[in-house]
Ligand binder design. Sequence first.
Ligand SMILES: Cc1ncc(COP(=O)(O)O)c(C=O)c1O
Length: 465
Amino acid sequence: MSNLLSMTTSVISPNTRLMPITAEISKDNHLLIGGLDTVELAARYGTPLWIMDYATMEAAADACRRGLESYKNSQVLYAGKAFSCTAMCHIVNRLGLGLDVVSEGELYTALRSGLPHDKIYLHGNNKTDNELKMALQSGIKIVVDSLSELTRLGHLAGTLGRKAEILMRVVPGVEPNTHHYIKTGQADSKFGVTLDHVDQFVSLLKSIDTVKLIGIHAHIGSQAHDVEPYLEIVDILADVCLDLKEKHGLIVEQLDVGGGVGIAYTEADKPLSLYEWTQAIAAEVEKCFKDRSLALPQLLVEPGRSIVGPAGVTLYRAGHVKDFANGNRYVALDGGMADNPRPATYNAIYTARIANRMDARLDCSRSRSAKTALVGRYCESGDIIVRDAGIPAETGDTIVVFGTGAYNYSMASNYNRTARPACILIKDGTAEVILERETNEDLIRQDRVPSWLLEPSSAPAAGKG
Ligand SMILES: Cc1ncc(COP(=O)(O)O)c(C=O)c1O
């Protein structure tokens, strides 16, 4: 990779940075994003507040495009599961990206936003009939995950009088070095068709005339820092393509190598840059297909986290401070696991600063045993957003947590019946709401009360009996 590294200097890959690319520190020591003072944004929009920086997403898309420049036919599909909403679909379109969706809701959002249908791909290991029907009716390509889904899809396409264009998801048996919960490419994965079942899949495919195989797909997991697993899957997928051609006469037009490139959540994280990742994959596809005398397919990559993760920060207000005799401190935030469940779910690590005192850090130069943890406000002891934040946070501070653009809003909940925060998009020095803060009324909107509960109770009154 050393010769690649020397060519990367002019391309910004935001996934290697802790902060959005427009982050600056003002004269009064406040964090600015896109030229806007985050302390003022917290006051204007309230906290917790999700912020997305357009310039950072644009730079990420550009890094992918530049990395794929030498490959003549490619498409970046943004993986919408990382962060999906109507404005994001418009951003995807504006940045020239396609979209990978995994649910009826993500597909509905994409269709309503007017994204071109030929740039949308439906994934999922257990798609509902409704999801398959929606995709068929709108001409969305479907990434088929299993033999049973293939049978079901063939039947549904027949009843709707449609022909489905599909990619087969294969399990390459390759593992990235990442958390067990976010690995998907290993042999015992719940996703996809294992290599020893590919022939069976194709035999079944040949018996179904409402489905056409146009490509193959693999995704090995998330938050991968190295390129080697990707080079390995390209090699394996090229073998699958060769087999499909030689044994079954099938030509693979689209090769989708998934997403999963990591981002820097801490200063110690050194992920492969988006530019290097895309460039290395493109070079490997050219090599592997040439070696096997196969025509080059359209190359698809599906980054999610690396497009939106670094663009996002969350602002919180610090509330109660609890000090312990050993010097440890808990600083309670006005949000927590409901707006960011990743630390509680799989020990994800984040970096935080004090947005109104950006230079304030606990002394890291000498060994520091006391820890300041940023704890959430939810009723779980495991609700800790940053275990050792290294910042002297006090009540009233505006706390900023970096790298929250991916899998925060999309994994958020209403735990403890709390309303989800607002999300604002910053571009060219202006901020606009793209997700309204939920209200208490939103929280009870779907509630229903059986009529018998509204009738006078015949239960004995308390204290009598
Ligand atoms: C099929 C598929 N493609 C792409 C992605 C995006 O991964 P990441 O957000 O890590 O880039 C995922 C994540 O789960 C996935 O399952």
